[in-house]
Ligand binder design. Structure first.
Ligand code: DON
Length: 310
């Protein structure tokens, strides 16, 4: 069956335009709180290089926790499977910034997509360099995989995160107390706050997900970014942990690996078929984009894209 992706995208965009309940924009980081909730964008890239976009697909937004996919890829490149000594691979069932679980589990975060896990990942990406080197490494990597040198870090968002990220400071210090931080907490957090402040459009984000769609290969170079096994493992974590305590519901409704961020973006990847980015700033009760999740549910139903179908 040949899919008319553009008409599916157009239908999703028209439906989003008339939505009454658009969720609530995250305001705990002040510079995110002023984003217009009326926006909605979607971009789909397929293995043949076709790109289908709709709505505000060219507007850059704060990718926030979606960046954890890219930082994880880099950290695995640096230390390989040793990372799993310091971070687990289990869904948390808790809010993304929960402190409670860390105490019970002796400073080893459940997975790399909750904040504590992502801060450990930042600590690994720091390696033997300084924060600014690690921030540069992450930004260069995102530009490389998206094939777009214009991706940037919004320093106002990074500063706003640093000014208000008290829970992240607590999580990092807590892990330090358990010996699970190799660097100064401030240095790892600087990396974490800056990676969250990367700004990308849906189009750029969907392009950046291509290596995960293509079993680890960057189609621009034809060379491996990660091995096929690693690409599949990252996707497995996206499916089981990519939406925090809403991961089960997302897997149930959409059936595609996805990673959300409180900026309202979601990167979803159908192996071998599509890399998709959606963005709508209003969030549901679990902190995931409300219209973005609904759009992916509709897209999955219309295309029959699902990791559980052949
Ligand atoms: O740590 C924070 O609060 C943000 N910089 C990132 C949070 C995020 O996107 C988690 N969300 N869904």
């Amino acid at each position: 069956m040949t899919l008319d992706l553009q008409s599916i995208v157009d239908g999703i965009v028209s439906e989003a335009a008339t939505a009454q309940d658009r969720g609530k924009v995250a305001d705990y980081i002040p510079s995110l709180g002023c984003i217009d909730p009326a926006q909605f964008g979607i971009a789909i890239v397929t293995p043949d290089g076709s790109v289908h976009t709709g709505g505000d697909a060219a507007v850059p937004f704060s990718i926030q926790s979606v960046s954890k996919v890219f930082a994880l890829t880099l950290a695995l490149g640096k230390v390989g499977g040793d990372l799993w000594q310091r971070v687990g691979v289990e869904p948390s069932g808790s809010a993304f910034n929960s402190v409670v679980q860390l105490e019970a589990e002796k400073g080893i975060p459940r997975n790399p997509f909750i904040n504590a896990g992502a801060i450990v990942v930042s600590d690994v990406v720091l390696g033997s360099g300084e924060s600014r080197d690690a921030i540069g490494d992450i930004l260069r990597f995102v530009r490389f995989v998206s094939g777009d040198g214009s991706v940037f870090i919004d320093s106002a968002v990074a500063n706003s995160e640093a000014d208000t990220g008290f829970r992240n400071v607590a999580l990092a210090n807590y892990m330090r107390a358990f010996g699970n931080m190799a660097h100064r907490v401030d240095d790892a957090l600087k990396v974490y706050f800056h990676q969250c402040a990367i700004a990308m459009s849906c189009r750029q984000l969907a392009m950046a997900g291509r290596y995960l769609m293509m079993d680890g290969i960057n189609p621009d170079t034809g060379r491996a970014v990660v091995t096929p096994v690693r690409a599949r493992r990252i996707l497995s974590l996206m499916l089981t942990c990519g939406h925090y305590d809403g991961s089960g519901e997302f897997a149930f409704r959409v059936g595609i690996p996805g990673k959300s961020g409180v900026g309202g973006g979601i990167l979803a990847v159908v192996p071998g078929k599509a890399s998709i980015a959606v963005w709508s700033p209003g969030l549901n009760a679990r902190g995931n984009s409300k219209l973005g999740s609904e759009a992916l549910e509709r897209l999955a139903a219309a295309t029959n894209w699902n990791v559980f179908t052949a």
